[in-house]
Design a protein around this ligand. Structure first.
Ligand code: 5AD
Ligand code: FES
Length: 338
């Protein structure tokens, strides 16, 4: 098929792109759309993994609560703030706070943390899972700008098999609440889940477009040895890159990160992603032992590196492919005054 008219991307065209279109041609096309719509800037976000304690039992996730072999940690408020301060000092203008669903960080505690981090004059993204409306509202009023919550898959049966005790409908409603509250909304999926089909990935991408996301995180599923999915096959870099590239064609102006999971499958994974539609990278700014303990999947990169090392490493990689480092906060362009 010709990739000429991206507006013609209906479900069957998407399926063909995901499954049979020449990969390199698809990547080039997504790269051109990214270039023409957003230019060459790559925006950096400093990712802080502040607790690996989680109330859920997602079958794919290495920090799910049934995994008794992980040493659990939770940063103190002071540690979290000093980590954020150092990240801001390294030049990050967006800080992402990510954790398991750790209810120790209740509404009051989270709001206190949000208010203090916002004094650093950065954009703040939360990635702390499902909460009730009142929490999302309070976090937003405290100053949080963006929220990441992947839908993971839109195959409802698959979702319920993978996420015991959770509800797909509930997660969908969380995304709607987050959007309604005026956050920039990030969502996304894993590619290569057991029994996930190309058709269902096409539906996922159309769903993400349908709810009007501002950011799409798409990564390969990587089986973790201490989970029930240890012996599954997992996704490939190509499957994930294809889905990401199609997402770019479907939504030319959103932010799309080159995901860490892609680099965990291939030493050039993030660079390949940046050349196939991505325009964001989220280097880890977590310090010390915590990096290694926040193991959602095996083979996670940079576990022995420092925030400063990762900042300069990824900066050099970005420059080496002729791209530039975004100087502002790098919000979704349709939502900010340029
Ligand atoms: N492989 C790849 N990605 C994973 N995630 C969780 N577990 C895995 C895994 N085994 C992703 C989920 C989650 C995000 C924070 O990490 O999509 O939303
Ligand atoms: Fe961490 Fe390169 S980004 S070492």
């Amino acid at each position: 098929m010709s990739l000429d008219d991206i507006n013609m991307l209906d479900r069957s065209a998407i399926i063909r792109l995901l499954a049979v279109a020449p990969a390199e041609e698809l990547y080039r096309r997504a790269d051109a759309v990214r270039h023409d719509t957003l230019g060459d800037d790559v925006h950096l976000r400093g990712l802080i993994e502040f607790s690996n304690i989680c109330r859920n039992r997602c079958l794919y996730c290495g920090i799910n609560r049934a995994n008794k072999r992980v040493k659990r940690y939770r940063m103190s408020e002071e540690e979290l703030l000093s980590t954020a301060q150092r990240a801001a000092g390294l030049g990050f203008q967006t800080i992402v706070l990510q954790s398991g669903e750790d209810m120790h960080f209740d509404q009051a505690r989270m709001c206190r943390i949000i208010e203090q981090i916002k004094r650093l004059d950065v954009a703040l993204t939360l990635s702390i899972g499902e909460r009730d409306y009142d929490d999302y509202r309070a976090f937003r009023e405290a100053g949080a700008d963006r929220y990441l919550l992947r839908i993971e898959t839109t195959d409802v049966d698959l979702y319920h098999r993978l996420n015991p005790g959770m509800s797909w409908q509930r997660r969908h409603e969380c995304l709607l609440m987050i959007k309604e509250l005026g956050y920039e909304l990030g969502s996304g999926i894993m590619v290569g889940l057991p029994q996930q089909t190309v058709e269902s990935i096409a539906d996922d991408l159309l769903y993400l477009k349908g709810i009007g996301i501002d950011m799409a995180g798409i990564g390969p599923f990587i089986p973790h040895p201490e989970t029930p999915l240890a012996h599954e096959q997992g996704g490939t870099l190509e499957q994930a890159l294809r889905a990401m590239a199609v997402m770019r064609l479907l939504m030319p102006d959103i932010n799309i990160p080159a995901t860490t999971a892609m680099e965990s499958l291939h030493p050039q994974g993030r660079i390949k992603a940046l050349q196939a539609g991505a325009n964001v990278v989220m280097p880890n700014v977590t310090e010390g032992e915590y990096r290694r303990l926040y193991e959602l999947y095996p083979g996670k990169i940079c576990v022995n590196d420092t925030p400063a090392h990762c900042r300069s490493c990824i900066g050099l990689k970005i420059l080496s492919i002729g791209r530039t480092i975004g100087q502002g906060r790098g919000g979704h362009i349709s939502r900010i005054e340029k």
